[in-house]
Design a protein around this ligand. Structure first.
Ligand SMILES: *Cc1c(COP(=O)(O)O)cnc(C)c1O
Length: 379
């Protein structure tokens, strides 16, 4: 089955009791049993809910996995993965990481005796230097935020296999439309469904997708024991969003390319970060593991002045100044004063996060309008 057909049909069946083609919102906490223990597979909605089951099946199908698990947010999904570990275990993570992931690793799980190494994975061979007998997990995000670095998933999987580590890939920026990490050897795919998967900026949710039965059992145990599960109404909205994932992503990619090329040619723009450019340092890897290059773009203005970036962000009309990404509407942000404001300036600059860096989540509007908007804003 091809991807678009899957987005609409896979994992989802008409409701068995009524034939409703769209999965109903099973707004119930509990389920009646005929006799103690004699039930229809549903006992309590933290553990299972029919709306959530359909969504989990759809996600598993889209990522070419076997099992999906949904959580109340992307962070709750990450929380569940780290709970596979015990004190003394070590994690090797990419250093260009979603801020919330860095926060939960360093401010929560470090206190429980888990050690994290944050390293550059631009050259994946670098990972081996940090592997020791306590290493259990390899954490990869690609493309990264906001510098759009690309990490070699196959290379990471080879290292994970050699040292018996679990490889987790945060696939939020790519979605399975662009890349399916389980096919490249990853053990766990993690999603903030809040972004492209939901796609309409109206739900916060997360997911994990795996192939392995035993790993699924462990994660399902944690999901139920810790209880960070989403409600059925949100699951319904996510299911609805997924049905147009391929259409939305196609347009995000088309618009992304047009906007990236426009910015690259602009005399007031110093540098554009987008993995689709041939001079991107890991373009070859991006090309080999992704079907297209997505709608996330960052750029730096000539002169690198914060006030110039602020002016652009105040002037744009269609690009809404807001946190988050991946919705149908275009968004823009200023990492230095928004998402990455807590990082000292020196460190920010060292990591390549300039004062005038602007991040765009290019939406699915008409590209001509978006370019016109950037034109009047950048001047
Ligand atoms: C948003 C995001 C998360 C966290 O997800 P929430 O749904 O906000 O909890 C994790 N990773 C990436 C790459 C994200 O963009």
């Amino acid at each position: 089955m091809k991807f678009g057909t899957k987005a609409i049909h896979a994992g989802v069946e008409p409701d068995p009791t009524t034939g409703a083609i769209m999965t109903p919102i099973y707004q119930t906490s509990t389920y009646v049993q005929r006799s103690p223990g004699d039930h229809k597979g549903y006992e309590y909605s933290r553990t299972h809910n029919p709306t959530r089951t359909q969504l989990q099946n759809a996600l598993a199908a889209l990522e070419n996995g076997k099992h999906g698990l949904c959580f109340a947010s992307g962070m709750a999904a990450i929380d569940a993965v780290v709970k596979l570990l015990s004190p003394g275990d070590e994690v090797i993570s990419t250093n260009d990481l979603y801020g919330g992931t860095y926060r939960i690793f360093t401010k929560i799980f470090q206190n429980y005796g888990i050690k994290f190494h944050f390293i550059s994975m631009a050259d994946i061979a670098n990972v081996e230097k940090y592997v020791n007998e306590n290493t259990k997990l390899l954490w990869v995000e690609t493309p990264t935020n906001p510098l759009l670095n690309i990490i070699d998933i196959k290379g990471a999987a080879a290292i994970a296999k050699k040292h018996n580590l679990k490889l987790v890939v945060d696939n939020t920026f790519s979605t399975p439309y662009l890349q399916t990490p389980l096919d490249l050897g990853a053990d766990i795919v993690m999603h903030s469904l809040t972004k492209y998967m939901g796609g309409h900026s109206d739900v916060v949710m997360g997911a994990l997708i795996v192939k392995d039965d035993e790993l699924h059992e462990k994660l399902a145990f944690i999901q139920n024991a810790s209880g960070g599960t989403p409600g059925p109404q949100d699951c319904f909205l996510l299911l609805r969003g997924l049905k147009t994932l391929h259409l939305r992503m196609q347009r995000h990619c088309e618009n992304g390319r047009k906007v990236a090329e426009y910015l690259k040619a602009h005399p007031k723009v110093e540098k554009v970060f987008w993995p689709g450019f041939e001079d991107h340092n890991n373009h070859a890897i991006a090309k080999s593991q992704m079907n297209d290059f997505g709608g996330m773009i960052s750029f730096v203005l000539k002169g690198d002045k914060m006030e110039d970036a602020v002016k652009v962000l105040e002037k744009v009309k269609y690009f809404a100044l807001a946190e988050s990404l991946g919705g149908v509407e275009s968004l823009c942000g200023h990492p230095a004063s928004m998402t990455h404001a807590s990082i000292p300036r020196e460190e920010r600059l060292k990591a390549g996060l300039s004062d005038s860096l602007i991040r765009l989540s290019v939406g699915v509007e008409d590209a001509e309008d978006l370019i016109e908007d950037l034109k009047q804003a950048i001047g």
